[in-house]
Design a protein around this ligand. Structure first.
Ligand code: FE2
Length: 401
């Protein structure tokens, strides 16, 4: 048995049709006045209107903010927090994919920090920032509800928001207990009909979370059961969602897997490099995660040999004569899986974007951002804080076929 600690968990309301109960749930928590943080896409899909209607039925007044852009900046979150405080909202709702949810969670944490001190630069409150301890003790004085409209990020259930620094340009994790939602409302019907590529981008992100959690250093007897089941469902149902976007059963399975791949798992350890790749080369998050994942598996070939053998079973690939060989077989199976959805290797991806960069420049360019990502320091023994090791891993990611 491996010792473990379970952090405070968000409440969960899961199931098709649960979104219609949003107003009722908020009322039960004591909320009366809600700020809905979302984006134009969710408004255009009619999902924001459904949530608003449920608030109206419960007698909850609300205002919508639908200008959250992908990879929200910390400046936007500070602006939203000002607005929430000025207009006295007692409930913040993050509705959408990862970006609106992360923005809403950040608003909750900002409010808590401001009870303690003035904020100069939000980046200082990242996991390795000089003010991280303040973020850790900040407490939120409003209700926070998260409602995912995709099956992938699991952002609804973590206490970390991935923000883009307005000052430095890199992505970082702004985190603290005050960013943990009071309640996640997961309605798989919101994902039914989602087109192929958004389904792939979100579903493969969930695969990265579950796999990295399984083989990483925070794996434990509790999370392992969950991660193996998440991976099993993703491998089975993501292709079904792509082939048959209206399949409710497959969407429910993916919504369950995406949520639980982040609930109670450790922080994914390949994500530090994936975030750096995303920031520098604007490659879709899940695609960057997939390009990193084979390296993560190889790195943990010995220390997580049991888990990698179980992955081999799930992917239906042969176990090798050695732990390295099994890890290599799993790495190849992961590549085959992501390529089946149209993802290309790193060199082809960079070329398709018109980016002309050689191996050494590519590796060098990722070091600072990777080391800044708090996960690289706290969770990632692949790279820890040695720039040369980061570069070595990035060279291999560049040359992976
Ligand atoms: Fe992710």
């Amino acid at each position: 048995m491996i010792d473990y600690d379970l952090l405070k968990m968000a409440g969960v309301a899961f199931g098709s049709g649960k979104g219609d109960l949003t107003g009722e749930k908020i009322k039960a928590l004591g909320g009366t006045r809600a700020l809905i943080v979302t984006d134009k896409g969710i408004v255009n899909l009619g999902i924001a209107a459904k949530v608003a209607a449920s608030l109206e039925r419960a007698g909850i007044t609300y205002e919508g903010f639908d200008d959250v852009m992908p990879e929200p900046t910390d400046a936007l979150c500070l602006e939203l927090a000002d607005r929430a405080a000025k207009l006295n909202f007692d409930t913040i709702i993050g509705l959408g994919g990862g970006s609106p949810i992360d923005a809403a969670k950040a608003v909750g944490l900002i409010a808590g920090i401001r009870e303690i001190e003035e904020i100069e630069d939000l980046h200082e409150y990242s996991g390795i920032g000089s003010r991280a301890a303040v973020a850790a003790k900040a407490r939120r004085n409003c209700i926070l509800i998260t409602i995912p409209t995709t099956a992938g990020t699991g952002a609804e259930t973590t206490q970390s928001s991935v923000l883009t620094s307005s000052r430095y340009g890199m992505k970082y994790s702004f985190m603290g207990p005050a960013s943990m939602a009071d309640l996640c409302i997961i309605d798989p019907l919101y994902t039914v009909g989602m087109p192929k590529m958004p389904t792939v981008h979100t579903g493969l992100d969930a695969l990265a979370h579950a796999t990295e959690n399984l083989v990483g250093i925070t794996n434990n007897d509790y999370s392992e059961i969950m991660m193996l089941e998440c991976i099993r469902r993703i491998l089975k149902y993501l292709p079904v969602c792509v082939e048959d976007p209206q399949n409710v059963e497959a969407r429910e399975q993916m919504a369950w897997a995406a949520h639980n791949a982040q609930a109670n798992g450790g922080v994914p350890n390949g994500h530090a490099i994936a975030h750096a790749i995303g920031s520098k080369y604007h490659i879709v998050h899940a695609h960057a995660c997939m390009l990193v994942l084979p390296m993560v598996i190889r790195h943990f070939a010995h220390t997580s040999a049991d888990q990698i053998a179980k992955l081999a079973d799930l992917f239906g690939c042969e176990k090798g004569a050695s732990e390295e060989e099994t890890a290599e077989n799993v790495a190849q199976a992961i590549k085959k899986f992501y390529k089946s959805f149209g993802y290309t290797n790193m060199k082809e991806t960079l070329a398709s974007k018109g980016v002309n960069v050689d191996e050494e420049t590519f590796a060098e360019s990722l070091v600072d951002f990777t080391l800044d990502d708090f996960k690289s320091h706290l969770w990632n023994p692949v790279i820890h804080d040695d720039p040369e090791k980061v570069k070595a891993v990035c060279r291999l990611i560049y040359t992976e076929e």
